[in-house]
Each structure stands twice: as C-alpha cells, then as structure tokens.
Design a protein around this ligand. Structure first.
Ligand code: UDP
Length: 509
C-alpha cells in the first residue's frame, strides 16, 4: 500500500463544554464514516461517558476514544465537575478552566503516542500548535463559532472603533466589514475593553490560530459568504466551512443523542407539540451555560405568561457544587402557581435541564426561537428555518446577534446591552414589557414577522443545500480531507508552506 492509500489518522481534542463538544464530535463522526478517517477522540472519563453512546452508535470501528482522569482533587473541585455545564458558580468555572489546563502534559503524551497525521484541536488548547510542530503535522483549529464572529472580533481588535466613542452606550460602526455593523462598548467582551487575567491566554490563542494549518468552521457559505471571504483574507490562513454539520445525513440520524445525559423529555415535549397549531409555539432556551438571576427569570416567566403564543421554556436545573442537582423544592424562581397554570391551560411547557433542542426546533409547531445567540443555537435555528428573538449574554453572542438582526435581518433583539459572563442580582434587568414587545414582533403576525419568516425559510433551504452532494459545505469538507491528505503525504513541507502555495509546491517537487 502506497503512502497515499494509508488510512488518515486524526486526533480530535474537544473543549469540555457542550457548545464545543457537540459540533466537534459530529465532525469526527463525519470524518470517520463518510471519509474513512481513523478518528481518535481524547477526553476525560466523565465526558467520555456523556457522549460514548452517541459516538459508538455509529457502528463503525474508525473511532477510538481515549480517556484521562480529570484532576478534580488537584484543582479543588468536587468529583463530578468535569464540564463547564456542571458549574454552579463563577468560582467553580475558574477551577474547571484550571483543571483543564492541568491536563496539558498527559494529552501531549497521548498525542505523541498516537503519532497522528493531524491534530483537530479546539482553539482553547493553543499549545496543540506546538505539539503539531514537534510532530511535523498540521494543526486544525476549531472555535465552534462562525465567520461573522471571527471577522468582527478581528476588526474590533485591529481598528479599535470602541475607543472613538465617549460613552459605553453610544453606538459605533465597525470599520472595513462587508456590511454596516453597529455595536456599543457595553456589548464588547471584557477582554477587548481592558487587560484581564485572561489577556495573556487570548494572545496565545491568536498566535496559535495564525500558526495553524487552518480554521474549520461550522457554517455554510450562503449564510455568511462576505465574512468567510473576509476572514480568509484578513487572517491569511486557510478556512473550510463544513456546516451545519448536524444536517449531514450521518449526523442527522443521531440528533436526539446530543452528548449529554439521556433526554427524558423527548416524548413528552414532542407529543405536546403535536397538539399545537403550525408555527404557534415559541421555543425559549439560553444554551448550556447561561445562569440568570432569579429576578430575571421571574420577568421572563411573566412575559411568557402574558405573550400571545404558546411556548416551551428550557430552564437549567439548579446545581449544587459538584454538578449535583438541587432537589425539586417548588417554584423558587417562578411566578406563583406558574407551572400549574401553564400546564392546565396548555399554554406553556417547562423543561428543567436538558431539552432535545434540534428535534424541538424542527417540529412544525415551532414558529420562533428566543435564543442567547450561541453559535450552535443560531445555526440550529437557521437549519430549521425559524425567525429568532435574540438575547445575548456573553462570549461571542453579541457579535452573533448582529449577524441575525443587522445583516441577515431574520430576527429582533430583546435589547440586552451589557456583556456579562455571569448574571448576579445586580445585573440590569430586562423587564417583562421589553421582552413581550420582542415576542410580539416575531410571533404576533404582521408584515415584519412575515418578512423575517420568509428570510429564515430561505436560509433554512440554503443550509440544507450546502450539505447535499455538490453543496458548498459538502465540497469544502472534501477539500479539507484532501488538504490533510496532502499534508500527511508531504509532511513538514506542507505545514511550513502557506496553504495557498501548497498545490503548486507539490506539483513541482
Ligand atoms: N442544547 C441542547 N439542549 C439544551 C441546551 C442546549 O441540545 O437544553 C444544545 C444546543 O442544541 C446546542 C448546544 O447545546 O447545540 C449549545 O451550544 P450553543 O453554541 O448554542 O451555546 P452555549 O451552550 O455554548 O452557550
């Protein structure tokens, strides 16, 4: 067998948070099943238990799982806290970050032992670019976000337009982007506004990104073509759009198993949705990491009770330190008698914990999605052809909101102005009237709602086309595999050369 026929071996290193793990595991599955790649996934014991059934239900032997014990005791964490979803407070989040960093030497050793052809690494593991250099193999970076966010982050950091305004709430235009995008300083991540304890780490991320063979993005060209081009040009690195990965047939078959505890709510909520009129239900979910104050949950609950449509509302289970659930002790955060009233009238369903989000969004009963604008949630809303109500909280969410409301215009903002990683009782409340107004604009009918619905529907069709044979993501995935194969064949030569020079270098050795 010639070296070109050798089975490609890629090590996948997902970050320990659902929004990072779910799409990367889908990509690993795609590599293994559709392209015959040997995929080795490295993670910790408890995280492996979370997604093992999902990964191995693909019934193919191209996927290997390698696990490491999580350094809970060393990091001062209780047993069971191995993923950012398990964290009950900001202090624990920091400890989990620290514990993940402690894994570096063991993961390095495992990668060296595996001797793969390529490392597919979350951007939050910047040191993998050095490991790739040591092994003379390419490192692919995966941020879990889209081109719009990557481009906007690059433009804000390069041109610093936020420094030209007098106050945190005055809007400014981000220069040199394909569209007119407006932001306020209060919506920017802390790290952009001042030196923080994470500044050094973010510098490392950026340096590692530039040294990578390229960035793999869970998106499709039709959604953000201008930004896909902008990013590639501005960063000068290669990038492949391979999404929405969830829509590839092989991933579609497993969308009810999403790498977390088995979802017991599936039959209950899909059955409930079957009884509802088409497009009559609003789905409300803030991803896996958002923690609201009780006062804010109360405002949202009141807005939902008053709103013109039915709803499904996913609320995180309250967690004790250690990720253990607090026993159900009544409606500590809801308006009095809320759950019973909603249940009896059939107006609303509350899911405490983990919802089968993709299955819910695809149900014809759903007519809109109130989202925190995590990139996976946005893509899932797009794939389902739904208009959005945007309520960003932190991370890349404010940037993603602008793609939805200012560029593509298939959603409206609730109007949160303040980027804040963890809501406290002091965080500015978004009142029920403001929330209700955004709900009416999307779910209450009328020309504006109709227009957003049409745009969303078209984007949903484009998303499906992108993953079909000959579609932009289908083709880019093939190109990505070919590019890794070329690198594997030509080793260090390919890694050292900029990707755009790769083909010509190979043609004339
Ligand atoms: N998710 C889910 N059920 C839930 C909450 C979240 O399936 O109850 C999934 C959601 O479909 C998405 C991911 O978890 O794929 C969350 O990622 P996203 O980027 O939207 O937000 P994050 O949690 O990273 O803030």
């Amino acid at each position: 067998m010639g070296s070109t026929d050798k089975k490609l071996h890629v090590v996948f290193l997902p970050y320990l948070a659902p929004g990072h793990m779910i799409p990367m595991l889908n990509i690993a599955r795609l590599f293994a099943t559709a392209h015959g790649v040997h995929a080795t996934i490295i993670t910790t014991t408890l995280n492996a238990q979370r997604f093992k059934p999902t990964i191995f239900s693909t019934l193919n032997n191209n996927i290997t799982l390698q696990t490491l014990p999580f350094p809970s005791t060393e990091a001062g964490l209780p047993e069971g806290c191995e993923n950012l979803i398990d964290t009950p407070n900001p202090e624990t989040t920091i400890k989990i970050f620290r514990a993940i960093n402690m894994l570096e030497p063991q993961i390095k050793t495992l990668i060296h032992q595996n001797r793969p052809d390529c490392i597919f690494s979350d951007v939050l593991f910047p040191w993998t670019s050095d490991v790739a250099a040591e092994l003379n193999i390419p490192r692919l970076a995966f941020s879990g976000s889209g081109f719009f966010n990557l481009s906007l982050a690059h433009a804000v950091e390069s041109y610093r337009p936020q420094e030209g305004v007098d106050s945190d709430n005055v809007q400014f235009v981000v220069p040199n982007l394909p569209d007119r995008v407006m932001l306020t300083r209060s919506q920017l991540p802390d790290i952009v506004k001042s030196e923080t304890k994470f500044s050094e780490f973010f510098e490392k991320l950026k340096a590692a990104e530039r040294k990578s063979f390229g960035m793999v993005v869970n998106s499709f060209y039709g959604l953000e073509s201008g930004y896909a081009d902008y990013y590639r040009k501005a960063m000068g690195i290669k990038a492949w759009h391979v999404g929405p990965v969830e829509l590839f047939k092989i991933c579609e078959d497993y969308k009810d198993e999403r790498g977390d505890k088995e979802c017991v709510e599936r039959h209950r909520c899909l059955g409930w949705l079957d009884s509802k009129r088409e497009s009559s239900v609003l789905y409300v979910c803030f991803g896996s990491l958002t923690r609201f104050s009780k006062a804010q949950l109360m405002e949202l609950g009141c807005a939902l009770e008053d709103c013109c449509c039915c709803f499904i509302w996913v609320v995180p289970k309250e967690l004790k330190l250690g990720g253990e659930e607090v026993e159900e002790g009544g409606e500590w955060w809801l308006p009095e008698g809320f759950e019973e009233r909603m249940e009896e009238s059939g107006k609303g369903m509350i899911i405490k914990g983990w919802a089968p989000q993709v299955l819910i969004l695809e149900h014809p009963g759903i007519g809109g999605f109130l989202t925190h604008c995590g990139w996976n949630s946005i893509l899932e809303g797009v794939a389902a052809g739904l208009p959005l109500i945007t309520w960003p909280i932190m991370a890349d969410q404010f940037y993603n909101e602008k793609l939805v409301t200012q560029v593509l215009k298939f959603g409206v903002m609730v109007g949160n102005e303040d980027w804040k990683i963890w809501a406290t009782e002091e965080t500015t409340l978004i009142g029920r009237n403001k929330i209700g107004m955004a709900m009416r604009r999307v779910m209450g009918g009328g020309d504006e709602a109709e227009e957003m619905k049409n745009i969303a529907k078209k984007l949903g069709e484009l998303a499906k086309k992108a993953v079909e044979e000959g579609g932009s993501s289908y083709n880019d995935l093939n190109t990505l595999i070919q590019d890794i194969k070329m690198c594997s064949r030509f080793g260090g030569l390919a890694v050292r050369l900029r990707p755009k020079n790769l083909k010509s270098a190979i043609r004339s050795p």
